[in-house]
Design a protein around this ligand. Sequence first.
Ligand code: PGA
Length: 265
Amino acid sequence: MIWVGTSWKMTKTLAEAASFIDELSAYPAPHGIQPFVLPAHTALASVRDRLPDGSPILLGAQNAHWGPEGEGTGEISMRMAADAGATLIEIGHSERREHFGETDHTVSLKVAAAVDHGLIPLVCVGESSAARDAGQARELVTGQVVAALSRVAPSRIGKVIIAYEPIWAIGPSGRPARPNEVAPVLASISEVVAEISSGGSPLAILYGGSVNASNAADLLRDPHADGLFVGRAGWTASAFIGLLELCAPFARECVHARPDTWRTQ
Ligand code: PGA
């Protein structure tokens, strides 16, 4: 299965979210593609309620706290995220590491808490341009992966998604990565996960950072890429549907997250 998802980041009113979901829901997701959408917390429950019964679209939250409910102003708990419709929890995005104090330590706590709540952690890792220029991309990224998984039993690592998102490739000022810059890092992520899980693999390894219609297919040709994690290029339903179409030829036969909900073309 190929995972293709978009984080809406800090965008969309409830009306804008509803209109996106209505347009996306009218499109039959290609077989073997797992679409997912990460709305802002404000829109999560309304998007869940808007999805037709049996929709294959998975939803997630862009962040959640590791701790029990109570003190945590401005945060939501894993239980609250699940209650509002999340299946996935994005953890450790570089914007949160840079601006909101996310560290390898808090990432590891959140990953463990998400797994404990039956949620799928979507862990973002990635190096700065300075680290890449210094030849430290693989070392830094695998270190982030090891730290993120440090509180998860090896037998449960198969419940985690890793998204490799080099910081220099993200956002309007990012430079789209070339497949040959991405490939060694994806391979190293796969190797390090196999080491710490005694031969296991994560649920998926995704690539993210300035993914768009012109580079999606080339990035998916990487044998270690199980999908794409998209920001801006997925912020309109029509563009996101276009990406799902582009990814359809790469769909692989494997275990579906929710086989009962799959629609065929
Ligand atoms: P972008 O964002 O596709 O807009 O570069 C990707 C991300 O931050 O996950």
